[in-house]
Design a protein around this ligand. Structure first.
Ligand SMILES: [Fe+2]
Ligand SMILES: [Fe+2]
Length: 291
């Protein structure tokens, strides 16, 4: 049995104090957003409690689907790397960056450098998609985070990444293939928060197959499906790992997914923050498609 813990969207704070010249363009609105609401919605004590609970459950691998940062300030990336190091050794932690990690074009070199140990494949190459094979499980990390205009949180994979993904899925078809992507890879209408090339991704998955897709971005628990050659493929979304607030269903949560590669079966459990600040199991089921 191979156990994956999936968490997402920690939006780590507090934000390092930006310099005036860092607040050009999109970052100015992002910074105001953070000061007005996000800084209170994301609680670092809740995040620390989640990580402690997760480590008690001894995952073999941690899947982190992005939005570690907030407005892509250069000073955010070393803090993000420090936090990633608390999840486990980099070979056991894989990151799919989000739109807040790839916030501006000038953020990308910082992201690539500081996230490097968590975004490189078994071949040592850094880039996307990357592939890590563990005990019959193929973990494939994608990057859908792209710099966008203000108020647009859309994502994109691009044709080059999609072509490499198709080849990777083909080469690992006897493994249990788990895709990590920040944006939900399903059709959500014309929303400006969507993955722009979700149709191209769905086509590749339909042809080459995959066994599980894990995503973030929506800050909520969701279970959807993509069509595959061997039947529907579960697509799981999860709450922000640091979220507190009145709506108990959107509070910090993570998945524990137990994969049995020889039986080609998966079981999943959701653990979520309660009012007392403790994590407890709120659901458990076979990882199958719903709806
Ligand atoms: Fe997010
Ligand atoms: Fe996001």
């Amino acid at each position: 049995m191979f156990r994956i813990a999936h968490l997402s969207d920690p939006h780590i704070g507090p934000l390092p104090r930006p310099r005036w010249r860092d607040l050009l363009g999109k970052r100015a609105t992002g910074y105001l957003n953070w000061r007005r609401g996000r800084s209170r919605a994301h609680d670092m004590d809740a995040l620390a409690a989640l990580v402690a609970d997760m480590r008690e459950h001894r995952p073999d691998h941690v899947a982190m689907t992005g939005d570690i940062c907030n407005i892509g300030l250069p000073a955010e990336y070393p803090l993000a790397a420090q936090w990633l190091a608390t999840l486990g050794p980099p070979k056991e932690v894989s990151v799919a960056p989000g739109n807040h990690d790839a916030y501006m074009r000038s953020s990308l070199p910082h992201m690539m450098r500081d996230f490097g140990p968590w975004t490189s494949g078994d071949d040592g190459e850094q880039g996307f998609p990357f592939l890590r094979r563990r005990e019959g499980v193929a973990i494939i990390g994608l990057s859908s985070g792209v710099p966008t205009l203000p108020f647009v949180a859309a994502g994109k994979l691009g044709s080059e990444q999609l072509a490499r993904l198709a080849a990777m899925l083909r080469a690992t078809r006897d493994d249990m293939r788990v895709l990590l992507i920040h944006h939900p890879p399903v059709d959500g209408g014309g929303d400006i928060r969507n993955l722009r090339d979700h149709r191209a991704l769905a086509q590749i998955v339909r042809e080459q197959g995959a066994e599980l897709v894990l995503h973030g971005h929506s800050h909520s628990i969701s279970r959807k499906c993509l069509g595959g050659p061997r039947g529907p493929i579960p697509v799981l979304g999860i709450c922000s790992a640091s979220s507190i607030g009145r709506n108990p269903r959107r509070r910090a949560a993570y998945y524990l997914i137990d994969i049995d590669p020889s039986a080609r079966k998966m079981m999943l459990a959701v653990r979520q923050l309660d009012k007392a600040g403790q994590f407890h199991q709120v659901a458990a089921a076979a990882a199958a498609c719903v709806g």
